[in-house]
Design a binder for this molecule. Structure first.
Ligand SMILES: *Cc1c(COP(=O)(O)O)cnc(C)c1O
Length: 388
């Protein structure tokens, strides 16, 4: 494994190491799991905190044919960074969005309702080029997407008229699951059946989509029936299981990409009965040593993990002692005396004995998606194996 010069000169306070070789291997694993489908690597929200452009490049190198983002601005950043020759789709639009820029950047845009279809056709007229439009069906998620029935009939009909006028091309029909991470949940089969109906309706009306797609990471990992022409994998790309009930990353041949660590800013002896951090919610049970970890909720460490989050220091798991503050928190080192500057690993793949993002999710009462995504911009990302 090569380490970049950036790692050797990285600031000592804290760093999120991003293992791009692991990311590439995850992408290859996911492609093999859905051999009949193309793969979209979802790199929204700065690639779930891992760095959008670097991760997008690595994903494409490993065979991803599509990139997905939530907002058009995120997608435009990828094109501006030189990611050409790969399809890029974005799905979260609001009125007045950058339709024309999206058309000129050759993005696939998602349309869930009539307001969006009107805006994209108008922008296509101004740009003098057809927009690539993917119609999104709400098959039961109850979030974005067009309702079945009259709404879908109207949207499909108007989209076909705009296509006949040369203003758009309907490149995809798609939807999103509500409960794919709960194996056997009845909504999964219901959504698949509804999706098939809504696709069949559009196709009988004359839509010829390049891609039909509904699978996110959990569906890609566990529901081959849902793969259709394209699978959209986010969290699995970063080596994290969508849910511990489905299995561990290793169960699916995935490896976590991010390792978050910091250098202890202080190690000191304190007597028993010493209150620790704001509110004194922790009091030392006896004479001990405390280690100061220079990361806090401003860096994305969840304050809800106060008194619970695990940290590997000197080969032992320690627990956050007291409250997590904006910039720092404390661990009780139980009398051990590591040097200031010693490494404290909050989470990583787990094979050096360190906790995982899933462990932090459990400690904070959330999901591992949120743990990695919320790591803040004050923490430098250090890329490993970037050039392979
Ligand atoms: C975020 C997102 C995905 C990826 O979901 P994962 O569970 O991370 O794989 C796929 N599709 C849509 C529409 C999304 O918003």
């Amino acid at each position: 494994m090569t380490e970049t010069a950036a790692l050797r000169t990285a600031p000592l306070r804290a760093r999120a190491e991003i293992d791009l070789a692991a990311l590439r291997a995850n992408v290859r694993t996911l492609r093999a799991l859905a051999p009949g489908a193309a793969l979209m690597s979802v790199v929204k929200s700065d690639a779930y905190g891992h760095g959008a452009v670097r991760c997008a490049r690595a994903a494409v190198e490993a065979g991803a044919q599509w990139l997905g983002t939530a907002t058009p601005e995120e997608a435009l950043v990828l094109r501006a960074a030189g990611l050409d020759g790969v399809r890029i789709m974005c799905w979260l639009w609001t009125p007045g969005g950058p339709w024309r820029e999206a058309i000129e950047a050759d993005l696939d845009v998602s349309v869930s309702g009539m307001w969006a279809l009107r805006e994209v056709t108008e922008a296509a007229g101004q740009a003098g080029a057809a927009a690539r439009v993917q119609l999104k069906a709400d098959t039961g998620l109850g979030r974005n997407g067009c309702q079945p029935g009259e709404d879908w009939a109207e949207l499909v009909g108007e989209a076909l008229r705009a296509q006949a006028a040369g203003l758009i091309r309907v490149t995809g029909l798609w939807s999103h699951f509500a409960c794919a991470d709960e194996p056997g949940h009845p909504s999964v089969a219901a959504q698949l059946a509804r999706f098939r109906e809504m696709v069949a309706y559009a196709e009988t009306q004359g839509v010829r989509p390049e891609v039909r797609h509904i699978a996110n990471s959990p569906a890609t990992l566990t529901l081959p029936d849902s793969h259709f022409d394209l699978v959209r994998t986010g969290i699995a790309t970063y080596g994290i299981s969508p849910s511990p009930e489905l299995g561990s990353p290793a169960d699916f041949g995935l490896r976590p990409v991010m390792t978050l660590s910091a250098s202890l800013a202080l190690v000191k002896h304190v007597p028993g009965g010493h209150g620790v951090s704001y509110g004194h919610s922790y009091t030392t049970p006896g004479e001990t040593t405390l280690g100061l970890v220079p990361l806090g909720y401003a860096d994305g460490i969840p304050r809800h993990a106060s008194g619970a989050g695990p940290v590997l220091v000197g080969g032992k798991w320690r627990t956050v002692a007291g409250r997590i503050a904006m910039d720092q928190f404390v661990v009780d080192l139980g009398g051990d005396e590591p040097e200031p500057g010693a490494e404290a690993v909050l989470f990583g793949p787990g094979d050096r004995g360190e906790p995982t993002a899933e462990d932090w999710a459990q400690a904070a009462g959330t999901i591992a998606y949120e743990i990695v995504t919320r790591i803040g911009t004050r923490v430098p990302r250090v890329y490993r194996d970037a050039s392979l």
